[in-house]
Design a protein around this ligand. Structure first.
Ligand SMILES: Cc1ncc(COP(=O)(O)O)c(C=O)c1O
Length: 444
């Protein structure tokens, strides 16, 4: 049976395609009702980190549902909420001690910018409200988060509804917007932040938000080693909050618990989502330092914020089960090792003339496609190169994540890989074999 617009009552995410109906998942695989098997090469939207169909997660979730499915976050707490808080606290960078549980990444980003604002207000700095973000970033789709997101195509239709937050260029060395080359550039793109702060007025800036490794918009762009420590130093110098958006990179995805661990950076606020629950339940978190929460307690008495489904007992039970599963099966190390293998195998695909850049860390990786490897000229959007790759791979049973339009707002093609951490090397070989067949079909 075929599912999709205009049949039935479901308002589908994509109106121009039909959807196979998935009956079950197992490890890195998904199966549809016709029995076709798909490799979940991107874990959905880089979400499924412990794999599909893990009984331990189901057990944790079912146990909590059997005890109590819901209590309101202003009235009660549960063992699952308390135990998950403790378990997360053990792996968080030092000083990040207070965790506000939410349901989605965008929601957690909204909470982060409000927390920074409320803290400044209650510290006698009421003029601080603006948040500086980067072009080509992705921080979510609700209006506050979209105001930060640097994905042009998603912003433009809603511009009149967005907050006018400043943006600066990302450390996208493959196409440096400043026309410089690393390491001679001396990380001018990080210094551009200071310039924005000065031009806008440092006394008006509340926070700076960064994805430590840029993901959904531009595809696994890893900054040079000096970059994030310099961003942290600039924020500290001006008394500005550093918000670390680890919705995609967090909980082991890049081969460490958190991507900032690669550079020993400790932000003021960290935002988590996606893989936190392995996709088994909607779950995210906004995490900050105790001293900021203490200020809120002293002044207003609390955080002026809230959602019906925050601090959800079942979501926290799922998060706890996922965290235990990752620890017991040493999956962060696994993500690091299998990620290195994946990147090595992807590098070899540069023999195809349209594979421009291969990048990533751990099991978060991307390929950027170009029309010309030497000049890096992108394909024209009308060629729909990414869509062709994605569709052919899907046909052959490989699911990937994609992004377009990041070179100049219109052109730019990339695919992302983010398989479950339980993936074996032989299964990475399966992914590569399918890609080779897809690329061979597209070879001019
Ligand atoms: C870094 C980052 N932040 C925030 C979000 C938004 O999360 P959600 O889609 O759960 O609202 C995403 C989603 O892709 C993300 O990658």
């Amino acid at each position: 049976m075929e599912y999709g617009y205009p049949k039935g009552h479901v308002f589908y995410r994509k109106l121009a395609r039909t959807y196979p109906l998935v009956t079950h998942g197992d490890g890195i695989y998904l199966y549809d009702e016709s029995g076709k098997r798909y490799i979940d090469g991107s874990g959905g939207a880089i979400v499924v980190n412990v794999g599909h169909g893990q009984r331990e997660i189901l057990q944790g979730m079912g146990d909590q549902m059997g005890q109590v499915g819901y209590v309101h976050g202003t009235q009660f707490t549960t063992k699952s909420i308390e135990e998950y808080g403790e378990a997360l606290g053990e792996i968080l960078p030092p000083d990040l001690g207070k965790i506000y549980f939410l349901s989605g990444g965008s929601e957690a980003v909204e909470a982060a910018i409000k927390l920074a604002r409320q803290f400044h207000l209650e510290s006698g700095q009421s003029q601080r409200w603006r948040v500086v973000a980067r072009w080509h970033s992705y921080h979510g789709n609700t209006l506050g988060a979209l105001s930060l997101t640097g994905r042009i195509g998603m912003r433009r239709p809603y511009l009149p509804l967005l907050v006018d937050f400043p943006h600066f260029p990302p450390p996208y060395c493959y196409r440096c917007s400043l026309g410089l080359t690393y390491p001679k550039c001396e990380i001018e793109c990080a210094k551009a932040l200071e310039n924005v702060i000065q031009m806008e007025g440092p006394e008006t800036i509340s926070a700076v938000i960064v994805e430590p490794i840029l993901g959904a918009t531009i595809g696994a762009v890893v900054p040079p080693d000096e970059y994030l420590p310099l961003i942290q130093e600039i924020c500290r110098r001006y008394g500005i909050f550093l918000i670390d958006d680890e919705v995609m990179t967090g909980i082991g995805r890049t081969g460490k618990w958190f991507a900032v661990n690669h550079w020993n950076v400790v932000p003021d606020v960290m935002v988590l989502g996606k893989g936190m629950s392995g996709g088994y339940f909607p779950l995210s978190a906004m995490i900050t330092r105790s001293k900021f929460v203490d200020r809120l307690k002293e002044k207003t008495g609390g955080f002026i914020h809230g959602h019906t489904f925050s601090h959800h007992p079942v979501a926290c039970a799922v998060g706890l089960s996922v965290l235990r599963f990752i620890k017991e099966n040493h999956l962060v190390e696994r993500s690091r090792e299998r990620g290195a293998y994946l990147l090595k195998r992807l590098e070899n695909l540069k023999s195809f003339p349209f594979v421009g850049d291969v990048r990533g860390k751990g099991l978060m990786a991307a390929i950027e496609f170009v029309k010309d490897q030497k000049t890096k000229e992108p394909f024209q959007r009308s060629e729909r190169f990414t869509e062709r790759v994605i569709d052919l791979a899907f046909e052959k049973g490989l699911v990937l994540y994609s992004g377009t339009g990041f070179v100049d707002g219109v052109n730019g093609d990339m695919i992302m890989f983010g398989p479950p951490f339980v993936i074996e090397e032989s299964q990475i070989d399966e992914i590569i074999d399918i890609l080779i067949r897809v690329f061979a079909q597209l070879n001019p």
